[in-house]
Ligand binder design. Structure first.
Ligand SMILES: Nc1ncnc2c1ncn2[C@@H]1O[C@H](COP(=O)(O)OP(=O)(O)OP(=O)(O)O)[C@@H](O)[C@H]1O
Ligand SMILES: [Mg+2]
Length: 235
């Protein structure tokens, strides 16, 4: 499980994944693979199961049936504690709605992710500051989430997701709540990250985000994959 992925190996593998909420079929026989170094965009209408899909890959929720394998680890074999550890160490997640802790300032929201995996407070804060700086919000480091703009909050959330240099970065509408300038910054950052080998899985409604950042587009509808296309990225 701790082996490094070399380019081209499957980082994510879903086989016949079903997810039901009561009578709602959120995922219906999803089979897909994402290889190391790919940037995959998932697009589709509201309610078609995109966030559910991302939550399965992140191990935030479990399928009704089928298997989810991430970095060679079948997530179904992990206990809740095992899943939490796996997520912390291997996966970065940017949520559809900001998930920052209200009672911690921006810098600590970011640094906490590394402290939870054993970094010293000093190391964690240094890296957190570096990331906030790259994202253009270093001057907001001591501000609490309630006093940040939506765009600033999302940039703090992106910084937090990158703290542990995750082998897989998942993003659910990372630019959805941002104005175009802040959105561009996040897109540029995602592009740069992919260029240096970061594997990305991005759920978005924004065709610009998909064509700029993704090397492959997965079209989703009614809980399943309806089309897959390789993309020529438009800078
Ligand atoms: N925790 C839940 N309990 C019950 N139903 C749920 C739950 N989560 C999702 N659903 C349902 O599953 C379906 C898929 O939801 P999901 O959030 O994955 O859609 P989505 O494609 O991300 O939509 P959007 O683009 O609006 O974010 C929807 O019908 C939704 O109502
Ligand atoms: Mg969603």
């Amino acid at each position: 499980m701790t082996t490094r992925d070399s380019s081209g190996q499957a980082v994510v593998r879903l086989e016949a994944v079903h997810k039901e909420y009561g009578t709602t079929k959120a995922l219906d026989a999803v089979t897909l693979q994402i290889r190391a170094g790919e940037a995959v965009a998932v697009m589709g209408p509201s309610g078609c199961g995109k966030s559910t899909l991302l939550n399965m890959v992140a191990g935030l929720d479990r399928p009704t049936s089928g298997t989810v394998t991430v970095h060679g680890q079948n997530l179904g074999e992990l206990t809740e504690t095992g899943l939490a550890l796996f997520r912390r160490r291997r996966i970065g997640m940017i949520f559809q709605f900001f998930n920052l802790l209200d009672d911690l300032p921006a810098l600590d929201n970011v640094a906490l992710a590394a402290q939870l995996t054993g970094s010293t407070a000093r190391q964690a804060r240094a890296r957190a500051l570096e990331l906030l700086d790259e994202l253009g919000v270093a001057d907001r480091r001591d501000v609490y989430p309630a006093a940040l703009s939506g765009g600033e909050r999302q940039r703090v959330a992106v910084a937090r997701a990158l703290m542990n240099r995750p082998a897989l970065l998942l993003a659910d509408e990372p630019t959805g709540a941002l104005d175009s300038r802040a959105g561009e910054q996040v897109m540029d950052l995602l592009m740069d990250l992919n260029q240096i080998g970061q594997t990305l899985m991005i759920v978005t409604h924004d065709p610009q985000l998909a064509t700029r950042c993704a090397s492959r587009l997965i079209e989703f509808a009614d809980g399943t994959v309806v089309a897959e296309n390789n993309l020529e990225r438009t800078p």
